[in-house]
Design a protein around this ligand. Structure first.
Ligand SMILES: Cc1ncc(COP(=O)(O)O)c(C=O)c1O
Length: 427
């Protein structure tokens, strides 16, 4: 890590520094936001979200790109994605339920999941979702049964595991042969699934789906997945091949990812090279690349403790309950003090959370300005994906509020949990 200020490219599109050196997003001062809404606080740059959605729709074409809601979902996010021309990818009853409650129409929703319950399938069918991405033979049987007595066939895609190992953390690899997801290409499972669908008048094969993992920086991995399934899809009478999501984002200085447009270009080119029928639409489901950089988490510094001559712990008022990624994947982050964005970050310390685990860290060996004190507001950029959506109530800590900021205005889109919320399920 370096003592330089956090590079601007890791910040949301509208991040700016005012004449006193303080950070703003969407024209709103971050320290004031923390004072007004409390901490931890998830702050999203609405313009950044709109820009990434727009970029995705331009790159893939309207109707060919769904926002993967697992990365971050609340009603306002669902509405923003829909209003920006995206469809929505959901993978549980809860995500589907929220999307519908936010006003999304079934025709703009695609349902995923390796273990869909009959209730999940039922809700999806009742709301005529555009596609169900089938993941097991058992699911096919249940869909068959659920489709009986319905006016038309159910539109399905078959998720295929191409046997490609993406270069990413093993927990977020999904395209390898031994993945729990999809039907393997090798071993003939995918072929058998297609045969089963073709024998059913109640199931309509729309396309093939392949998702090889998440936080992938090399577009070659996607091209390889496409060329691997090319022979398999070439003779099929299908409308669509979906390459899933997975485009990586840079989290720390020096980490650069392809843009959404570059990702789409590479895949379109790979499809030509693999001689996939040009009539077949290529589609995608980005999650992280839409929301990660749009979001910044604000914490308040609670304690600063030297435990040896070389080790200092700085504790914040959140941690693994609002961002489990460092603990799950060893993910790196940067940190800065919004009160003095351009200050040299010449002090090295470990930023840890308030939970009862030694593994509850946000950044090991973080750089911060040397004058950091208890009470300061600290920000971690690139925390808009898989943070709030993976948040927990560990240690009975209420989940943070979420605000969207734009043109000097603040919209609270999810309120902070209260302590009464925490006991409302207890009988
Ligand atoms: C089927 C599917 N599509 C899309 C995504 C979104 O991936 P990402 O957020 O990495 O773009 C995921 C995430 O794992 C997924 O499982």
């Amino acid at each position: 890590m370096s003592s330089r200020p956090v590079p601007e490219y890791l910040l949301p599109d509208t991040h700016a520094v005012d004449e006193t050196g303080k950070s703003q997003i969407g024209g709103v001062d971050l320290v004031n936001l923390a004072d007004q809404f409390g901490t931890p606080l998830f702050v999203y740059d609405e313009v950044h979200l709109e820009n990434r959605c727009k970029e995705a729709v331009e790159a893939w074409g309207k109707g060919n790109v769904a926002y993967a809601t697992k990365a971050f979902l609340c009603k306002e996010m669902a509405r923003l994605a829909i209003n920006s021309g995206m469809n929505l990818d959901v993978s549980t009853f809860g995500e589907l339920y929220l999307a519908l409650k936010a006003g999304a129409h079934g025709s703009s929703i695609v349902l995923h999941g390796n273990n869909k319950s009959s209730e999940e399938l039922g809700l999806a069918i009742e709301n005529s979702v555009s596609k169900i991405v089938v993941d097991s033979f058992n699911e096919l049987d249940r869909l068959e049964a659920l489709a009986r007595g319905r006016p038309g066939p159910i539109r399905v895609m078959v998720r295929v595991t191409p046997g490609v190992e993406a270069h990413t953390h093993e927990y977020v690899q999904t395209g390898q042969d031994n993945s729990k997801f999809g039907f393997g290409l090798s071993g003939g499972y995918a072929k058998t699934a297609l045969e089963k669908i073709s024998r059913s008048p109640r199931l309509d094969l729309v396309g093939i789906h392949v998702h090889i993992g998440s936080q992938i920086f090399s577009t070659n991995s996607f091209s390889l997945a496409l060329s691997t399934i090319a022979d398999f899809v070439r003779d099929l009478d299908i409308e669509e091949v979906c390459v899933g999501g997975g485009l990586g984002v840079g989290y720390v200085e020096g980490e650069f990812a392809p843009t959404i447009a570059q990702w789409a270009d590479t895949i379109h080119q790979a499809a030509v090279e693999a001689e996939i029928n040009p009539r077949v639409r290529l589609s995608a489901e980005p999650g992280r690349s839409i929301v990660a950089k749009a979001g910044v988490t604000l914490y308040r510094v609670g304690t600063i403790k030297d435990v040896s001559e070389t080790k200092t712990f700085l504790s914040v008022d959140g941690g693994m309950s609002d961002n489990p990624r460092p603990v799950l994947y060893g993910s790196g982050y940067e940190a800065f003090l919004p009160r003095s964005f351009r200050a040299a970050r010449d002090k090295v310390l470990d930023i840890v959370g308030k939970h009862c685990e030694s593994g509850d860290f946000i950044i090991k060996g973080a750089n911060l300005p040397g004058d950091v004190v208890v009470g300061d507001i600290l920000a971690t950029p690139v925390s808009g994906a898989y943070g709030y959506s993976m948040a927990s109530n560990y240690n009975k800590v209420p989940r943070p509020a979420v605000v969207f900021v734009k043109a000097g205005e603040v919209k609270e889109v999810v309120r902070r949990e209260t302590h009464d919320d925490l006991i409302r399920l207890d009988l």
